[in-house]
Design a binder for this molecule. Sequence first.
Ligand code: NI
Length: 147
Amino acid sequence: MKLRIYEENEPVLRLKAKPISKITKRIRELAKNMLETMYHANGVGLAAPQVGISERLIVIDVGEGPLILINPKIVEKEGQDRDVEGCLSIPGRSEYITRAAKVKATGINLDGKPITVEGEGLLARALQHEIDHLDGILFIDYLKEQK
Ligand code: NI
């Protein structure tokens, strides 16, 4: 089921999302619906607050298949990379944003197993962008400090 994507001015996008303590059917369905919503919108990532759910779940697909991360955390960052970035919650806008070039993230998958994801390029950018959403941060927030 395709979900409504919340936009920039909606308060849920500014909340600190809650950790997920139990992987229920609701969470599995949410992940599935978020992927469907992301693919339909031609996005490479989506965070639960973007569909109005203030919980720590992100989905990403940078062309290597779907990645679902619950309670994700960036545990290592390396280097810098400046590239164009957009967000499904801020349609029609893209800006150059400086991010870490390589990251390592941890989280749990839908089976409740701990997973580690290492990425560079678009995957590193997507991980940082989506995890930011869980802390109420939007990419445009970096524009002021990076100018
Ligand atoms: Ni976004």
